[in-house]
Design a protein around this ligand. Sequence first.
Ligand SMILES: *Cc1c(COP(=O)(O)O)cnc(C)c1O
Length: 222
Amino acid sequence: MEIRQNLINFLSTLPDNVQLVAVSKTKPIEAIMEAYNSGQRVMGENKVQDLVAKVEVLPTDINWHFIGHMQTNKVKFIAPFVSLIHGVDSLKLLKEINKQAQKNNRVIDCLLQFHIASESTKFGLDLQDAIAIIDNPDFETYNNVRIIGVMGMATYTENEQVIRTEFKQLFEYYQILKKRYFTNNDYFKEISMGMSGDYKIAIEEGSTMIRIGTKIFGDRNY
Ligand SMILES: *Cc1c(COP(=O)(O)O)cnc(C)c1O
């Protein structure tokens, strides 16, 4: 019952233009079914193996978002069903997603992941890297992928100002890319930022998609 109540509380405060990705990583099938039975259809996982195992037994109308670091050699396992890949950080990865999407007769939506945190461990592109990907002549031949926006993770800190500055940075990257490449593409509209600890700031800074685990499913035991 707790997950249901968490979801109800969460959704009641969420602006209409912000989508909730319920991050179910490490959580059992029963927990995900409780979220599903409460109406939640968008779930996020960060490990390919776990995601594939869950997809096999869960309802087929769940929209699965892959939010982890995507390894090129594992794209093939999720290409048949994944609805959004949040962590695209190289042309090589994009090329592989395109190839696997083509094999499955699909177009796979992706977000470019930016490195906005001060921690060096978090993955992602800087603006020049992103521009280099889009400007690469190969990019426009990838007809089976669609870049629908950007994603980023802020530094894990209590310092709100640091988090806010990083989210502002991501929003600015989004605007620069929108203006330079996607002005006529309505689909380029997503800014995936905000987790349990920082989603309120993320929404204030223009997030359209928040990825929430703990606040819905409770603490994770690794
Ligand atoms: C785990 C994870 C989340 C959710 O984190 P919570 O703090 O539990 O809300 C969001 N985004 C990514 C990329 C994650 O790996």
